[in-house]
Design a protein around this ligand. Sequence first.
Ligand code: SAM
Ligand code: SF4
Length: 326
Amino acid sequence: MLTDNHGRPINYLRLAVTDRCNLRCFYCMPHEGIEFLPKNHLLSYEEMIRLVSILAKMGISKVRITGGEPFVRKDLMAFLWKLSEIPGIEKINLTTNGVLTAPYVPELKRMGISAINLSLDSLDRKRFLEMTRRDELPNVMKTYEAILEHNIPLKINSVMMAGKNEEDIFSLIELARNQAVDVRFIEEMPFNGEGEKPEYFLSYQKILDKIKSQYPGISKIQDEAFSTSYNYNIPGFKGNIGIIAAYSRTFCGTCNRMRITPIGDLKTCLYADASLNLRDLLRNNADDELISNKILNAFQHRAKDGFEAENQRSSTIHESMTTIGG
Ligand code: SAM
Ligand code: SF4
């Protein structure tokens, strides 16, 4: 079992399969002038399968596919099928913006996908357009309906921002009333590709206070092990409500995750510099043992939390979430 220098087990990989996206969420990417990575800089699917096979032998049992938008990469489904066949990988989860996802939902169900996180910041078409700079809410809602229809565990992720989509918080919460959908609100982080601090930051405490103002009966429930969200239930609701203190970084003490970016950078923390580039190792014919040893070594130098990781960075945060994998 892969363990870090603070004794934390690492069994969860977040794998970003592309830096490209069909939305332009303003807190994630600039409107224009984005330079996508040259295609040959991205890990190929074969390289990803090899890395996950090595990691599975080291104790990784859960993989989340993210990006960029995973479904803009060609042949994603064929890749997911191969991933699902790797011995030791027990759970494959997916994070998607839902624009292109609906037609693939039946196949994802057949594959046995464990859960889907659907990013959705507003149920209002005009505000959705303002936030994502694309008029795609109807397609996202088709994905939402298809996931429910196929009984795949579903979490809605909303970045909640002061003066931007605060008024959407209650309509989003209502999604959890009659369906077993968990709705989670995320603090804005500075990974917007423009090197700017979160401009519309709303702390988890403020988000909670706002929810309590409308739902005074809301109560805390037991969080699952390694959960990044504080979880709550509103009496009579089928789904739960979660708040993710992504910028306040309250959950680092139990962090069990690693990230591999689209170019194969290994990150031991979202806020850290890359520890090493796995693509270069693969392309220089490194054998499995060397790759495992490099990964083991990276986790012996892991920061204790996201604040320490940020302090140790070689430059201030300037990257977009799409180049890391949210
Ligand atoms: N494109 C897919 C999607 O949106 O679900 C997957 C990648 S996206 C980078 C993953 C998650 O990161 C999304 O839920 C998104 O809202 C979140 N995210 C992106 N930029 C963020 C930021 N600056 N602060 C907080 N969350 C952010
Ligand atoms: Fe694309 Fe997801 Fe970033 Fe929005 S949050 S721009 S959907 S990668």
